[in-house]
Design a binder for this molecule. Structure first.
Ligand code: HSE
Length: 318
């Protein structure tokens, strides 16, 4: 068997996910993946890692021939796209967690992959710890995939759970989601459904090969849900959840949307509480399957990034 290359990583971003990855990699020595340099915006900020690891120069990572993998976990979608495109064009494999950037630039990213032949992996961009992208990509046959119904945003699910089960008000629940590192830096992206629809655009691509800009997918968030709505629903054995749904129609087209929905208490998605996500897949022959796991947070997201790094090793022979 061919000897593995060393996985030498240039990491962009040392926030909730980047720092999580740094810590996770310290516990996975057999993967033989090491972070060579981390590019950050603010060099003054105190970080729990050697100062020599950090730089503010993108070029230092993107032009370093020793770095063969760029991991990009930053917040700024425009900067993320520039970093990812340059990295692919420079012959580096890329792992990205930037949901917004990926959803908004799917056509260009697919073209870049085609042109450069470099791997671009983004398991952490949807449903964090749940290995849903790789399963949709590799396990399911497009023709046989009847429907997917999912909770893809941890913060809104956390807020709804805290409001309806622990009787917190919306602002308290949101603050808690922010303190726990689940929410986006602009939490409007979670609350108003933008984050969920970005993830849905990515999952639709991996499930059905659909390339659709998130602006063209019908969506709403939880901004108009009141405690009284949930009380009425619960009396009738329903919960209210922010559900992303895709269904193949008889003519072969796929109807897809992200909307708050009533979920009956015996349905798998009603068991998905707090920052957890869940995905119910119905397909020919395999029938119905339910994936469940943490959908937000430092280590669950870092674990999905780690799975992409491992996939480079095992699927792409790095
Ligand atoms: N803000 C996101 C969420 C983080 O709550 O699901 C994980 O993508």
């Amino acid at each position: 068997m061919e000897a593995h290359k060393q996985l030498t990583i240039g990491l962009f971003g040392f926030g909730v996910v980047g720092e999580g990855l740094y810590k996770v990699l310290q516990q996975t020595p057999s993967l033989k993946a090491e972070i060579r340099k981390v590019c950050i915006k603010n060099p003054e900020k105190k970080r729990d890692a050697p100062a020599s690891l950090f730089t503010t120069s993108r070029e230092e990572l993107l032009s370093d021939p020793a770095i063969n993998v760029i991991v990009e976990v930053i917040d700024d979608a425009d900067a993320a796209f520039e970093i990812v495109s340059t990295a692919l064009l420079n012959g580096k494999a890329v792992v990205s967690a930037s949901k917004k950037m990926i959803a908004e630039h799917l056509p260009e990213l697919l073209e870049l992959q085609e042109k450069t032949g470099q791997p671009f992996l983004c398991e952490s961009a949807a449903c964090a710890s749940i290995p849903v992208i790789r399963n949709l990509e590799e396990y399911y046959d497009n023709d046989l995939l009847h429907s997917i119904k999912a909770i893809v945003n941890g913060s809104t699910n956390f807020i709804l759970t805290k409001m309806f089960e622990d009787k917190l008000d919306f602002a308290e629940a949101l603050l808690l989601a922010q303190q726990l590192g689940f929410a986006e830096s602009n939490p409007k992206l979670d609350v108003e459904g933008y984050d969920a629809v970005n993830k849905w655009a990515i999952l639709l691509n991996h499930a059905y090969g659909i390339v659709e800009h998130p602006d063209n997918i019908l969506f709403s968030g939880i901004q108009n849900i009141q405690l009284s709505d949930a009380t009425v629903a619960r009396e009738k054995n329903y919960d209210i959840k922010l559900v992303a749904q895709a269904k193949k129609l008889t003519d072969g087209t796929v109807a897809a949307f992200v909307l708050p929905q009533f979920v009956k208490h015996d349905e798998p998605l009603s068991f998905v509480k707090n920052e957890y996500n869940g995905v119910v897949i119905e397909s020919g022959f395999a029938d119905k399957q339910f994936f469940y796991g943490k959908g937000a947070g430092s280590f669950p997201t870092a674990s999905a990034v780690l799975s992409d790094i491992a996939a480079l090793r095992y699927n792409y022979r790095y």
